[in-house]
Design a protein. Structure first.
Lengths: 152, 152, 152, 152, 152, 152, 152, 152, 152, 152, 152, 152
């Protein structure tokens, strides 16, 4: 059997990475992150489909159109805190999902601590820069490979 | 130079793992998790010091007494939501820390969504069973090896 | 004079109906619902224009572009609870509207009980499956035929 | 088999309809509404038992004493927002119920937006004047005739 | 050196201006406002790029694609109160921005008093009809010409 | 007819401007601001009456005693957030008013985001340093010259 | 023309007056209060109809059945804080009403400070023992005699 | 013994009465109200000392300087809702006080429903125009004449 | 001296017990509970007077009419959470009371955790099925026999 | 089979009983209470293991170490309101538990009304002095003897 | 160099001290407190300037006019809880300040627990009667003498 | 008679003082503070017993075991904001207590502004570094020497 494909979605404003305010967001661009993701995918022998979108509606569409993927790693950006519709898309398609964040959303403004998306995901990883993505992919891969390991 | 030592703290009630309600918490005991941690430590060529305690005061003491450790991976259990004192200990010792949870705290009772600890940590990982610990250790190891990667 | 045309808008994720989780959402697809709508329209001798969109902006656009319609039956899905902009579009175009929901939003999560849209509508119907749409069309038709019946 | 009997309950102050403030509440009296209900019942070939009461305790009694009815259409008036006891009566008797309102409660005072009753009903219909009752009866009739149509 | 270009963004439903409810919103259309903006731009010897969009995602895209502009005057409409993502786009691109509103948002519904956008702007102007735009452009122009004048 | 007189009121602590913490509040003193106001007044051919007071009661008195003025530009300082009585004075005298702030009150402490005064004003301008006053005067002048421009 | 009749309603538990805890509630019984009311009525040359009820439903009924009265003085007791239905009865019958309380409800538990009834009344009088009733009757009498005196 | 003197304090903006917005506040000026107060005082054979002030500090001073008065009737205007200091002055001097309001504060904005002053008064009377003052004086006079009547 | 009589009140919907949803509420009917109460009364050599009512007003009446009883054991059902008037009746009659619940109200909906009645009772017992009544009677009996045992 | 052993835990500060403030807490010491518990245990033919601890961590330990007990009667003292960890221990060990309080926690400070522990217990008993313990033991004994009696 | 002058401000109603309710506020008058302050000043070899005012505006003025003082000890009385303007005056003048209270504000009404002033002070001392002032002066004197001691 | 002994308790994390982050917390260690306390004790001719603990349970124990002390000066650290149990211990032992804080807790996170401990203390002193302790001891000493000085 061929390696399972994983859907990667970068939410709003993540395309700005690396080109601005590098003292805050680091020097990595979204391309750099995507390269690291692709590299890891190779190691894990999985395929990934990577998208970035600034639009809530498009993200919902991407999730629906790619529901044949084995799982989803999503950084919903600011939609984390405002979009019930993206959460409904994840729940509605039933695609196993992991929410990731570059920064530690728990140490920022209060309104960034609440996630509408996390409750419909397997778990949430936040604060580890681009490594949040890599960890999220590994965690999802583990989950898909062996559901038994996801004790609660 | 020798491998950096990482402090692992399991909070209240985690010693109950595996011996009860396996349909919810899985069949792994805390010993099984600790073995997996030790195994990973070997691979990463780091040392770990592992503790479990049901007492808020003891956990504060453990953090203070082990502040020479290069980092901390902590599952604060229920103290996540009630202990400002543990957060102060982490902040006061300045030890780089990662908060981990077996279950997805964002999909449980509302009072489990708030963490006093996460704001003083590098990041938070929740929902991946024992893999939350392993991921936390790897993320912390990466952070310590290369602070530059922890973009925000 | 010819029969009045009514605009029907299905909000985000409603295109998923019937193809997944039939034990929850039933076996009807959105097409099935649309057929029932069309059938009722025939009986009532009215025309309908039916759209589905996952995008808040598109839904606003659809309302604006079809403001010549005599009325609107809208299931705003998750945007019910987050979109002031769709409410503004309904109020701004002045199109008489009815909000409908397949499920009973009053027996679900607390954040699903609040509607930004309902206060600018004639009324709200929730909980009757696809019949919510049919009822909404009839209620709107009655309202348009005879404003006197809409006592308060 | 004979047609199923449906219980209709008008809550507090609904007996005032039509005799006062017709510019707001319309010229229909409660008798007029009841005639429309009876007329529809004839068309649907069902029986109805109709009551009005200003007393929370009486309404609870009416629900209990008529629990052999196949369903309930209730306009709980102001008790919608304050009576846990009526909700308990509906839940306790297990009678399938529909909550209806003449006015759109979602566009009035904030304390009128919350319903203790709706969560224990099949659904809620508000804002369509006396047509809310007729629609409620039809929706309940459909529900009782074919539980399969009540997709969620 | 040539005159600085300023980006003007009209948010959702502002394209409805003047064509409906003139007793509330006045008889000016969005075109009329844009003409006044262009006229003022000529006087100030600056260039402007003007857009209207009903879509949160598109507005984010417009800000990102025009980040070479010297500044932004934005009327975010209803997104003022719900879009963290547009605020992130302004902060992320670092473009100096001014929030403007035709109506006095502080004298309307409570949920219209909160702005997610204003905290990342130089300032907010609300309540002066189309003059809010003209004032915003002048204020931004002043700010850009002489940062020293923007005492706090 | 002679030029309309406009009342300018500087609220509590604004007399401290320029003499302290110039890195925050700039080097302009209240006198400098008043000169700029006077200069603009000359250009607009209007008269102004300028006052500063640290007392809520005095500010109410100033508004009442100068109600023959054609309008009011007020920076209520900290009373913005606590004084219902000043708002009542503005509403009670019926004098058209504009609220201005040197700093962007929307990017400061939460309790500074709420204004009791703004709801009884034509509009609010905040964040543009002394230019907030000049803009406020121009906006008020426009409003008084042509009420038609104050679309909502 | 004969003197106008005024309806007096004593709410729940007011029949307990004077027979218990006289150190708190005084030695006057409800009969004593009613005598004082009757005496005042004689002086004012008005008729009164006096009722006491412990039942929310009965109080609604009393208001409806006596709507030909020229006015209502009501001490709603604990229903002050919980009954939207009594407020609806007063508003629905349009009977001019005054809310009175023996004790000062503003100096008791927080939940006694909120009244659902007062907003649909001419005014509220609380804290003056049985004199609250007498004052309420006089105030209502004045109001009915001369609507012009009820300035706001 | 000579008749007891009663202190009457009119709070902020009450000096505006009658000269503006007579359709709302009536045609009576503060002088007219004061004449009615004086007339009643004659009938009751009491003396009154009447003051109006827009200043919270002055009102506190008036209460302190007139503490030899037998009682206080105060319309604190907007300070009702914001001044703990006036409440402290009443409590600190121990002067028996009655709070009065021309309008029904319970049917206005939510922030006008809360009184800091009422809890330290004998009672509150609101909604009866200038009659609120007269009633307040009578109620206070009764209270002072016979403390036994102030049952609770 | 003869044995003291204790008043037992079953609140709304408790008459439904045992006849419906036995999997939730058990197979005991209210009659069965009453038999157990009577049996216990015999053992304790006390008399009991037992009532059930669905009406808040009736319950108030029952408490007032039976105030000669030595104590009250009440299961206020849903009125626990909404009735200030029943609490006032208990406090007003001064009858020593115990609040009991069949189910554990602390593990149900949030609105069932608050009791208006418990603060005016000796204590509250919830969660022990019909044994809550028996325990309540014994606790009340103990309290009445020996007030000294009710340490706090 | 031998009598089941029941674990009794007295939480923080309960060791102070009887030695101080006897006018409030009565003259019974914790030893007196324990004697009464032992006496009842003899009558019921059960064994009890009794502990007192001021430490949250110790209480968790006691619950874990004694999980072979057939049940738990716990007075969590102030930890009732702050300890999620003790609740987790009870839930994690699965030991059937009853929460008891000497005083009526529902008539004290608001923060004492909320229990984190009660939702994971069979029930709660509060307000009956040392009799709360005895009743708790009996209720637990009944529950263990016959699960059928614990109807809800 | 001469001794530093310290500004002492007594807020509203503190002039009432000692002349009324001595059982609560003690027998010391404000003069007595001022004498104790002067005596301490002599010992510390510092000068003090002492003021009392009931007016928020005057207190702001006093702070501004005495900004050459080396520090401020202020008992803001009720303005503690309502005055942002006094806090702004302290912050705006940059004068080092200590907030003091005679009573323990943390054991009184909830609204007395919040201070707008304390966050802009070095610290707060409450509950020690006139000794709060003396302690405040000493603490301020220490702070001014040696900023290094004010560790945080 | 010999000098009264005072109990000094340093709460969680205070043992970290001086060894870390001296730029924030100063260079004094807990030993340095204790030396200053001992020195002051000598001057005041009192004895002190000094403890530090990171454990809530231990702190409760220390208070109970040392209740023969004449008073308590406690810096509860983070337990200030979370421990009702320590407050109960102080209240239960009746030991006169003073709460002290090195930093100004009123200028930090909102959750640090609330103290469960202060309401059961004589007073609170916060913000003066180690001088808070010295002042607390003096204030307590004064209180114990002369209860009359603790006016309110």
């Amino acid at each position: 059997m061929h390696a399972p494909a994983i859907l990667i979605i970068h939410g709003p404003n993540l395309n700005l990475l690396g080109t601005r305010e590098p003292e805050i967001y680091g020097h990595m661009t979204l391309d750099d992150i995507n390269k690291a993701i692709t590299e890891l995918s190779g190691k894990l022998n999985i395929k990934t489909k990577i998208f970035q979108s600034n639009s809530e509606g498009n993200i919902i569409g991407l999730i629906q159109e790619n529901r044949e993927c084995s799982g989803l790693v999503i950084n919903p950006g600011a939609y984390t805190h405002t979009s019930i519709a993206i959460a409904d898309a994840i729940k509605g398609t039933g695609i196993p999902a992991v929410e990731v964040h570059l920064s530690n959303i728990h140490s920022r403004e209060d309104y960034r601590k609440k996630s509408f998306i996390a409750p419909v995901c397997i778990g949430q990883i936040s604060g580890f820069g681009y490594f949040s993505y890599l960890t999220g992919i590994e965690a999802l891969h583990n989950y898909l490979t062996n559901l038994k390991t996801s004790g609660k």
